[in-house]
Design a binder for this molecule. Structure first.
Ligand code: ZN
Ligand code: ZN
Length: 382
Protein backbone atom coordinates (compact mmCIF):
# COMPACT_ATOMS: atom_id res chain seq x y z
CA UNK A 1 0.00 0.00 0.00
CA UNK A 2 1.20 3.52 -0.73
CA UNK A 3 2.24 5.83 2.09
CA UNK A 4 0.32 9.04 2.69
CA UNK A 5 1.58 12.40 3.91
CA UNK A 6 2.12 12.38 7.67
CA UNK A 7 -0.06 15.49 8.21
CA UNK A 8 -3.30 14.19 9.78
CA UNK A 9 -5.34 16.57 7.63
CA UNK A 10 -3.72 15.65 4.34
CA UNK A 11 -4.61 12.69 2.10
CA UNK A 12 -1.97 13.21 -0.57
CA UNK A 13 0.95 10.84 -1.08
CA UNK A 14 3.99 11.17 1.16
CA UNK A 15 6.51 13.76 -0.07
CA UNK A 16 3.90 15.39 -2.31
CA UNK A 17 4.61 18.77 -3.88
CA UNK A 18 2.61 21.87 -3.06
CA UNK A 19 0.10 22.51 -0.29
CA UNK A 20 -1.46 19.83 1.92
CA UNK A 21 -4.97 18.77 0.95
CA UNK A 22 -7.58 16.68 2.73
CA UNK A 23 -9.62 16.31 -0.44
CA UNK A 24 -8.23 14.13 -3.22
CA UNK A 25 -11.01 12.93 -5.51
CA UNK A 26 -8.57 11.61 -8.09
CA UNK A 27 -8.39 8.59 -5.79
CA UNK A 28 -11.44 7.35 -7.71
CA UNK A 29 -12.05 9.79 -10.61
CA UNK A 30 -8.83 8.68 -12.36
CA UNK A 31 -10.28 5.19 -12.92
CA UNK A 32 -14.08 5.50 -12.65
CA UNK A 33 -16.39 5.82 -15.64
CA UNK A 34 -18.43 9.02 -16.01
CA UNK A 35 -21.67 7.55 -14.66
CA UNK A 36 -19.98 6.40 -11.48
CA UNK A 37 -18.11 9.70 -11.02
CA UNK A 38 -21.42 11.48 -11.41
CA UNK A 39 -23.14 9.19 -8.93
CA UNK A 40 -20.51 9.99 -6.29
CA UNK A 41 -20.69 13.69 -7.09
CA UNK A 42 -24.47 13.71 -6.62
CA UNK A 43 -24.16 11.92 -3.28
CA UNK A 44 -22.18 14.95 -2.13
CA UNK A 45 -25.08 17.24 -3.05
CA UNK A 46 -28.15 18.12 -1.08
CA UNK A 47 -31.24 16.39 -2.42
CA UNK A 48 -34.11 18.64 -3.54
CA UNK A 49 -36.03 18.43 -0.30
CA UNK A 50 -37.90 21.42 1.06
CA UNK A 51 -37.65 22.99 -2.35
CA UNK A 52 -37.68 26.50 -3.70
CA UNK A 53 -40.80 27.43 -1.72
CA UNK A 54 -38.78 27.34 1.46
CA UNK A 55 -35.98 29.43 -0.02
CA UNK A 56 -33.78 26.33 -0.22
CA UNK A 57 -30.91 25.77 -2.63
CA UNK A 58 -30.73 22.44 -4.40
CA UNK A 59 -27.98 20.55 -6.23
CA UNK A 60 -25.18 22.24 -4.31
CA UNK A 61 -22.54 20.65 -2.12
CA UNK A 62 -23.44 19.71 1.43
CA UNK A 63 -20.76 22.03 2.76
CA UNK A 64 -22.94 25.10 2.22
CA UNK A 65 -24.72 27.65 4.37
CA UNK A 66 -27.82 26.12 5.99
CA UNK A 67 -31.28 27.43 6.80
CA UNK A 68 -32.40 26.83 10.39
CA UNK A 69 -36.17 27.16 10.86
CA UNK A 70 -36.79 29.37 13.90
CA UNK A 71 -38.86 26.66 15.61
CA UNK A 72 -35.94 24.19 15.30
CA UNK A 73 -33.42 26.46 17.08
CA UNK A 74 -33.76 24.80 20.51
CA UNK A 75 -32.70 21.41 19.11
CA UNK A 76 -29.78 22.41 16.87
CA UNK A 77 -26.13 22.93 17.72
CA UNK A 78 -25.22 25.96 15.61
CA UNK A 79 -21.51 25.16 15.93
CA UNK A 80 -22.09 22.13 13.68
CA UNK A 81 -22.54 24.39 10.67
CA UNK A 82 -19.03 25.52 9.74
CA UNK A 83 -20.17 27.03 6.47
CA UNK A 84 -22.62 29.34 8.17
CA UNK A 85 -26.34 29.43 8.86
CA UNK A 86 -29.28 31.75 8.58
CA UNK A 87 -32.45 31.56 10.67
CA UNK A 88 -35.79 31.45 8.84
CA UNK A 89 -38.68 33.18 10.66
CA UNK A 90 -42.31 33.26 9.52
CA UNK A 91 -44.19 36.60 9.76
CA UNK A 92 -46.54 35.19 12.42
CA UNK A 93 -43.52 34.17 14.50
CA UNK A 94 -41.92 37.61 14.24
CA UNK A 95 -44.89 40.00 14.44
CA UNK A 96 -47.78 40.02 16.92
CA UNK A 97 -49.67 42.47 14.68
CA UNK A 98 -48.90 44.88 11.87
CA UNK A 99 -45.41 46.35 12.42
CA UNK A 100 -45.37 45.15 16.03
CA UNK A 101 -42.36 42.93 16.70
CA UNK A 102 -42.85 40.21 19.30
CA UNK A 103 -41.09 40.71 22.63
CA UNK A 104 -38.74 37.77 22.12
CA UNK A 105 -37.07 39.57 19.18
CA UNK A 106 -36.73 42.99 20.82
CA UNK A 107 -33.33 43.64 22.33
CA UNK A 108 -32.38 40.16 21.18
CA UNK A 109 -28.72 40.06 20.17
CA UNK A 110 -28.68 36.45 18.99
CA UNK A 111 -31.43 36.64 16.36
CA UNK A 112 -31.30 39.75 14.19
CA UNK A 113 -33.37 39.98 11.02
CA UNK A 114 -31.09 41.39 8.31
CA UNK A 115 -27.99 39.90 9.91
CA UNK A 116 -28.39 36.22 10.80
CA UNK A 117 -32.11 35.84 10.14
CA UNK A 118 -34.74 36.57 7.47
CA UNK A 119 -38.53 36.58 7.37
CA UNK A 120 -40.14 34.30 4.80
CA UNK A 121 -43.48 35.33 3.28
CA UNK A 122 -45.40 32.47 1.73
CA UNK A 123 -48.93 33.93 1.50
CA UNK A 124 -50.51 37.21 0.40
CA UNK A 125 -52.48 37.23 3.61
CA UNK A 126 -49.31 37.41 5.72
CA UNK A 127 -47.76 39.94 3.36
CA UNK A 128 -50.79 42.23 3.79
CA UNK A 129 -51.63 41.76 7.46
CA UNK A 130 -48.05 41.40 8.79
CA UNK A 131 -46.05 43.37 6.20
CA UNK A 132 -42.29 43.96 6.29
CA UNK A 133 -41.14 46.89 8.43
CA UNK A 134 -40.89 50.18 6.45
CA UNK A 135 -37.08 50.21 6.42
CA UNK A 136 -36.72 46.55 5.38
CA UNK A 137 -35.51 45.37 1.99
CA UNK A 138 -35.72 42.09 0.07
CA UNK A 139 -32.82 39.68 0.57
CA UNK A 140 -29.98 39.99 -1.91
CA UNK A 141 -26.43 38.77 -2.45
CA UNK A 142 -23.39 40.96 -2.93
CA UNK A 143 -20.09 39.63 -4.30
CA UNK A 144 -16.71 40.96 -3.24
CA UNK A 145 -15.09 43.46 -5.61
CA UNK A 146 -11.31 42.91 -5.51
CA UNK A 147 -10.45 46.35 -6.86
CA UNK A 148 -12.75 48.30 -4.55
CA UNK A 149 -12.13 45.87 -1.66
CA UNK A 150 -15.79 45.81 -0.69
CA UNK A 151 -18.95 43.74 -1.21
CA UNK A 152 -20.81 45.66 -3.89
CA UNK A 153 -21.45 43.45 -6.96
CA UNK A 154 -25.06 42.20 -7.03
CA UNK A 155 -25.24 38.45 -7.69
CA UNK A 156 -27.98 35.89 -8.18
CA UNK A 157 -25.97 32.93 -6.90
CA UNK A 158 -24.15 32.04 -3.72
CA UNK A 159 -20.79 30.96 -5.17
CA UNK A 160 -17.55 32.73 -4.33
CA UNK A 161 -16.91 35.41 -1.75
CA UNK A 162 -20.37 36.81 -0.99
CA UNK A 163 -22.47 38.34 1.74
CA UNK A 164 -26.22 38.31 2.27
CA UNK A 165 -28.15 41.54 2.71
CA UNK A 166 -31.78 42.43 3.26
CA UNK A 167 -34.50 41.26 5.60
CA UNK A 168 -37.18 39.23 3.88
CA UNK A 169 -37.85 36.77 1.11
CA UNK A 170 -41.00 36.36 -0.98
CA UNK A 171 -42.11 32.87 -1.97
CA UNK A 172 -45.76 33.64 -2.45
CA UNK A 173 -47.78 31.24 -4.58
CA UNK A 174 -51.11 32.15 -6.06
CA UNK A 175 -53.52 30.31 -3.81
CA UNK A 176 -56.12 30.09 -6.55
CA UNK A 177 -58.80 32.19 -4.85
CA UNK A 178 -57.18 35.49 -5.79
CA UNK A 179 -56.04 36.55 -9.24
CA UNK A 180 -52.66 37.77 -8.06
CA UNK A 181 -49.32 36.77 -9.49
CA UNK A 182 -46.86 34.47 -7.82
CA UNK A 183 -44.11 36.51 -6.22
CA UNK A 184 -40.71 34.83 -5.97
CA UNK A 185 -38.25 37.54 -4.94
CA UNK A 186 -34.85 37.22 -3.35
CA UNK A 187 -32.30 34.42 -3.89
CA UNK A 188 -32.26 30.97 -2.25
CA UNK A 189 -30.86 31.37 1.25
CA UNK A 190 -29.18 28.06 1.98
CA UNK A 191 -29.57 24.29 2.15
CA UNK A 192 -31.76 22.00 4.24
CA UNK A 193 -29.76 21.82 7.49
CA UNK A 194 -30.08 18.03 8.15
CA UNK A 195 -28.26 17.43 4.83
CA UNK A 196 -25.20 19.40 5.92
CA UNK A 197 -21.69 17.95 6.06
CA UNK A 198 -18.45 19.90 6.17
CA UNK A 199 -16.18 19.57 3.13
CA UNK A 200 -13.85 16.98 4.70
CA UNK A 201 -16.68 14.82 6.03
CA UNK A 202 -18.39 15.03 2.64
CA UNK A 203 -15.16 13.88 0.99
CA UNK A 204 -14.80 10.88 3.34
CA UNK A 205 -18.44 9.89 2.69
CA UNK A 206 -17.75 10.05 -1.04
CA UNK A 207 -14.57 7.97 -0.57
CA UNK A 208 -16.62 5.29 1.23
CA UNK A 209 -19.27 5.36 -1.51
CA UNK A 210 -16.60 5.02 -4.20
CA UNK A 211 -15.14 2.02 -2.34
CA UNK A 212 -18.62 0.48 -2.16
CA UNK A 213 -19.04 0.93 -5.92
CA UNK A 214 -15.76 -0.94 -6.46
CA UNK A 215 -17.14 -3.75 -4.27
CA UNK A 216 -20.48 -4.16 -6.10
CA UNK A 217 -21.26 -7.43 -7.88
CA UNK A 218 -19.90 -7.47 -11.46
CA UNK A 219 -17.94 -4.28 -10.79
CA UNK A 220 -15.64 -3.36 -13.69
CA UNK A 221 -12.98 -2.24 -11.22
CA UNK A 222 -10.19 -4.08 -9.41
CA UNK A 223 -9.65 -3.22 -5.77
CA UNK A 224 -5.89 -3.51 -6.26
CA UNK A 225 -5.94 -0.58 -8.73
CA UNK A 226 -7.19 1.77 -5.99
CA UNK A 227 -4.24 1.82 -3.62
CA UNK A 228 -4.52 5.53 -2.93
CA UNK A 229 -8.23 5.28 -2.08
CA UNK A 230 -7.52 2.31 0.20
CA UNK A 231 -4.76 4.30 1.91
CA UNK A 232 -7.14 7.22 2.52
CA UNK A 233 -9.81 4.92 3.95
CA UNK A 234 -7.22 3.16 6.11
CA UNK A 235 -5.92 6.50 7.44
CA UNK A 236 -9.43 7.35 8.69
CA UNK A 237 -10.33 3.92 10.03
CA UNK A 238 -12.74 3.24 7.19
CA UNK A 239 -11.03 0.46 5.23
CA UNK A 240 -11.65 -2.57 7.41
CA UNK A 241 -14.12 -1.08 9.87
CA UNK A 242 -16.38 -3.81 11.34
CA UNK A 243 -19.46 -1.63 10.81
CA UNK A 244 -19.57 -2.53 7.10
CA UNK A 245 -20.33 -6.22 7.71
CA UNK A 246 -22.24 -5.66 10.99
CA UNK A 247 -24.60 -3.20 9.30
CA UNK A 248 -24.89 -5.21 6.08
CA UNK A 249 -23.40 -2.35 4.06
CA UNK A 250 -21.07 -5.09 2.83
CA UNK A 251 -21.73 -8.82 3.18
CA UNK A 252 -19.03 -11.40 2.48
CA UNK A 253 -17.01 -8.69 0.76
CA UNK A 254 -19.80 -7.56 -1.61
CA UNK A 255 -21.81 -4.31 -1.39
CA UNK A 256 -25.35 -4.96 -0.14
CA UNK A 257 -28.52 -2.98 0.52
CA UNK A 258 -28.63 -2.66 4.33
CA UNK A 259 -32.40 -3.00 4.52
CA UNK A 260 -33.21 -6.00 2.30
CA UNK A 261 -29.63 -7.37 2.41
CA UNK A 262 -29.59 -8.21 -1.30
CA UNK A 263 -26.29 -7.89 -3.16
CA UNK A 264 -26.05 -4.76 -5.32
CA UNK A 265 -24.99 -5.24 -8.93
CA UNK A 266 -22.84 -2.60 -10.58
CA UNK A 267 -25.32 -2.38 -13.48
CA UNK A 268 -28.11 -1.41 -11.06
CA UNK A 269 -26.35 1.74 -9.82
CA UNK A 270 -27.40 3.89 -12.75
CA UNK A 271 -30.40 1.90 -13.95
CA UNK A 272 -33.46 4.13 -14.11
CA UNK A 273 -36.76 3.08 -12.63
CA UNK A 274 -40.03 4.87 -13.03
CA UNK A 275 -41.99 5.51 -9.87
CA UNK A 276 -45.21 4.38 -11.48
CA UNK A 277 -43.67 0.95 -12.04
CA UNK A 278 -42.39 0.53 -8.56
CA UNK A 279 -44.66 -0.43 -5.76
CA UNK A 280 -43.85 1.53 -2.64
CA UNK A 281 -42.42 4.60 -4.30
CA UNK A 282 -45.64 6.58 -4.60
CA UNK A 283 -44.92 8.72 -1.56
CA UNK A 284 -41.42 9.61 -2.52
CA UNK A 285 -42.41 11.25 -5.81
CA UNK A 286 -43.72 14.18 -3.81
CA UNK A 287 -40.54 14.47 -1.79
CA UNK A 288 -38.09 14.51 -4.65
CA UNK A 289 -40.38 16.20 -7.14
CA UNK A 290 -39.48 13.77 -9.86
CA UNK A 291 -41.03 10.67 -11.30
CA UNK A 292 -37.80 8.89 -12.04
CA UNK A 293 -34.99 7.66 -9.88
CA UNK A 294 -32.00 5.40 -10.21
CA UNK A 295 -32.60 1.91 -8.84
CA UNK A 296 -29.83 2.37 -6.27
CA UNK A 297 -29.52 5.55 -4.20
CA UNK A 298 -27.52 6.97 -1.35
CA UNK A 299 -28.83 5.27 1.78
CA UNK A 300 -28.49 6.65 5.31
CA UNK A 301 -28.37 4.13 8.17
CA UNK A 302 -29.61 6.81 10.58
CA UNK A 303 -32.23 9.31 9.37
CA UNK A 304 -31.03 12.86 8.85
CA UNK A 305 -32.30 15.31 11.46
CA UNK A 306 -31.71 18.73 12.99
CA UNK A 307 -30.35 17.57 16.35
CA UNK A 308 -27.12 16.02 15.06
CA UNK A 309 -25.10 15.57 11.88
CA UNK A 310 -25.78 12.11 10.48
CA UNK A 311 -24.33 12.31 6.97
CA UNK A 312 -21.08 10.76 8.19
CA UNK A 313 -18.79 8.12 6.64
CA UNK A 314 -19.81 5.25 8.93
CA UNK A 315 -23.52 5.78 8.20
CA UNK A 316 -23.62 6.05 4.41
CA UNK A 317 -24.11 3.21 1.98
CA UNK A 318 -25.90 2.31 -1.25
CA UNK A 319 -29.42 0.92 -1.09
CA UNK A 320 -32.49 0.36 -3.24
CA UNK A 321 -34.66 3.43 -3.89
CA UNK A 322 -37.65 1.29 -2.89
CA UNK A 323 -35.98 0.21 0.37
CA UNK A 324 -35.14 3.85 1.14
CA UNK A 325 -38.78 4.78 0.71
CA UNK A 326 -40.05 1.89 2.82
CA UNK A 327 -37.62 2.74 5.60
CA UNK A 328 -38.72 6.38 5.62
CA UNK A 329 -37.49 8.45 8.55
CA UNK A 330 -36.45 5.43 10.60
CA UNK A 331 -33.10 4.07 11.58
CA UNK A 332 -32.03 0.97 9.67
CA UNK A 333 -31.18 -1.67 12.28
CA UNK A 334 -29.07 -4.65 11.32
CA UNK A 335 -29.59 -8.11 12.79
CA UNK A 336 -26.36 -7.54 14.70
CA UNK A 337 -27.71 -4.28 16.25
CA UNK A 338 -30.96 -5.95 17.27
CA UNK A 339 -29.25 -8.99 18.77
CA UNK A 340 -27.33 -6.59 21.00
CA UNK A 341 -30.50 -4.82 22.08
CA UNK A 342 -31.75 -8.35 22.84
CA UNK A 343 -35.54 -8.17 22.72
CA UNK A 344 -36.74 -11.45 21.25
CA UNK A 345 -39.89 -11.67 19.20
CA UNK A 346 -41.66 -15.04 19.27
CA UNK A 347 -44.38 -16.50 17.16
CA UNK A 348 -46.61 -19.44 18.03
CA UNK A 349 -46.95 -22.21 15.49
CA UNK A 350 -49.74 -24.56 16.63
CA UNK A 351 -48.59 -25.01 20.23
CA UNK A 352 -44.88 -24.47 19.79
CA UNK A 353 -43.18 -21.12 20.31
CA UNK A 354 -40.44 -20.18 17.91
CA UNK A 355 -38.14 -17.18 17.94
CA UNK A 356 -39.05 -15.03 14.97
CA UNK A 357 -36.26 -12.52 15.44
CA UNK A 358 -35.25 -9.48 17.40
CA UNK A 359 -36.69 -5.98 17.72
CA UNK A 360 -35.49 -2.52 18.75
CA UNK A 361 -36.46 -0.67 21.94
CA UNK A 362 -39.33 1.16 20.21
CA UNK A 363 -40.51 -2.22 18.87
CA UNK A 364 -41.21 -0.84 15.42
CA UNK A 365 -38.48 -2.75 13.58
CA UNK A 366 -38.10 -6.55 13.62
CA UNK A 367 -35.54 -8.63 11.80
CA UNK A 368 -35.29 -12.40 11.59
CA UNK A 369 -32.08 -14.39 11.38
CA UNK A 370 -32.56 -14.95 7.64
CA UNK A 371 -32.84 -11.23 6.98
CA UNK A 372 -36.61 -10.71 6.74
CA UNK A 373 -37.70 -7.29 8.00
CA UNK A 374 -40.91 -6.03 9.50
CA UNK A 375 -41.35 -2.29 9.92
CA UNK A 376 -44.37 -0.91 11.75
CA UNK A 377 -45.86 1.68 9.47
CA UNK A 378 -48.91 2.65 11.52
CA UNK A 379 -49.18 6.16 12.89
CA UNK A 380 -48.11 5.37 16.40
CA UNK A 381 -44.56 4.45 15.54
CA UNK A 382 -42.82 7.81 15.57
ZN1 ZN B 1 0.38 16.72 2.88
ZN1 ZN C 1 -32.91 -3.16 -0.64
Amino acid sequence: MITLCSDPNCNLKANHKGAHSFIYKKAWTDLFNDDDINKIQKAGYCTPRGGAKGGYQNHVNRNSKVIIPYEKLPEVNLENYRDGYVIRIFPSQYFSSKHVVRDEFRNNNSIIVGENAFVLYRTYEDFETLPPLPDWSIRSILKFDETRQEYCIPSDNRSGNIIDCGHYLLRISNSGTNKKQNRFEGPAQGIFAPEYADANTNFLCQSVLAWLIIKTEDSPYNESDFEHLQAILAKHGLLNSPHYENDFIIHNGKTTCPLCQRVIKHSELNELISFEDEEGLENSTEQVGSTRSTKINLFHMVPLCYASLENIPTQVSWGHATCNTRLGQRQCFSYFDLQNIDIEVEIRESKKRRILGYTNAAKNFIRSENGDVWIRISKGDE
